[in-house]
Structures are given as structure tokens and as C-alpha cells.
Design a binder for this molecule. Structure first.
Ligand code: RP5
Length: 162
């Protein structure tokens, strides 16, 4: 069964990554959330990615903070798209995680989104946009969502017509 896999380096990342899961739920996209660390549980991470791919994971989302190697490790284990979400925290408020996640060597990409909450939500959207290439129903839902977002801008503009 096709699904999106969400990995987090720590349970402490879930307060932010919950928004990713909720966004996927809103669109009815199957997903599973797993805590596994690149550093604290490397073997578990390897085993999970291999099993998840065999079970039908089509896109991996990996969130981690500080020396955030989780997305890079996941990318080393699969040729499915990997989206990295840098978590805030540590002394650099997520800049350390952003660079650790994004600065992958050539040929080993991690599609990296914004630090924290916006990144968590965008990781879900990006995963869905990837799935929607071959899922017309999901593509239609994403288009409808864009229309609603544009309408909200108009509503928020307090009666000023353009
Ligand atoms: C990273 O270290 C995790 O992804 C988390 O963002 C950060 C801190 O982890 P905890 O000490 O809260 O478990 O590996």
C-alpha cells in the first residue's frame, strides 16, 4: 500500500512534526510516523527505511535538529524522494540543522524545506505534490486547496477590491 513515511530523530520533534501528519491526514494521504535517529539508533534507521520501502513508502520525510543527519542517511538508503525538515533548537535555532540537512554532496539529494513549523507543513505538501503526479484525485484536491488559499487572501483584504 502506498504511503508517506515520516521519520523524526527524537520524540521531541513531534510537537512540530504533528503539523506534517495533520496536513497529510487532512488530504486523506496514508502515512506513518517513526522515531529513529541517525546517531542514536543507526541500525534501526537502516532497517526501517529498507522495510518501509518494501511495504510501499513512496516518499520519505525526515525531521531532525542540531547535527541533523537523518535525512541524509535516509537518502543514502533509498532512491525514493527524501524531504528534510530542519528542526529548531540547539544554539543556532535550526540554522545548524538547515545546513546539515541541505548541504548534501552531488548525486545524493535531500529536498530541504524551511526550519520548523512552515517546513513541517510544506514537507507534507511537497510529498503530496510528488504523489499527485500519478494520482489525479490528489492533484485535484491540491488545486482546490490553492483556490481556497487565494480566496482567503481576498477575504483577509478587508473589502479592498483590486
Ligand atoms: C536530534 O536532536 C533530534 O532530531 C532533535 O531535534 C534533537 C534533540 O533531541 P532530544 O535530545 O530532544 O531527544 O537528533
Amino acid at each position: 500500500m502506498k504511503f508517506v513515511s515520516i521519520l523524526m530523530g527524537s520524540k521531541s520533534d513531534y510537537s512540530v512534526m504533528e503539523e506534517c501528519a495533520k496536513t497529510l491526514e487532512k488530504f486523506g494521504v496514508l502515512h506513518e510516523v517513526v522515531v529513529s535517529s541517525a546517531h542514536r539508533s543507526p541500525e534501526r534507521t537502516h532497517q526501517y527505511v529498507k522495510n518501509a520501502e518494501a511495504k510501499g513508502a513512496k516518499v520519505f520525510i525526515a525531521a531532525a535538529g542540531m547535527a541533523a543527519h537523518l535525512a541524509g542517511v535516509v537518502a543514502s538508503l533509498t532512491t525514493k524522494p527524501v524531504i528534510g525538515v530542519p528542526m529548531k533548537g540547539g544554539v543556532m535555532e535550526g540554522m545548524d540543522a538547515l545546513l546539515s540537512t541541505a548541504q548534501m554532496p552531488g548525486g545524493m539529494p535531500v529536498g530541504t524545506v524551511a526550519i520548523g513549523s512552515a517546513g513541517a507543513v510544506n514537507s507534507a505538501y511537497l510529498a503530496m505534490q510528488i504523489l499527485a503526479i500519478e494520482d489525479e484525485e490528489l492533484a485535484a484536491k491540491l488545486k482546490e486547496d490553492r483556490i481556497l488559499k487565494a480566496k482567503k487572501v481576498e477575504t483577509d483584504s478587508m473589502g479592498i477590491e483590486i
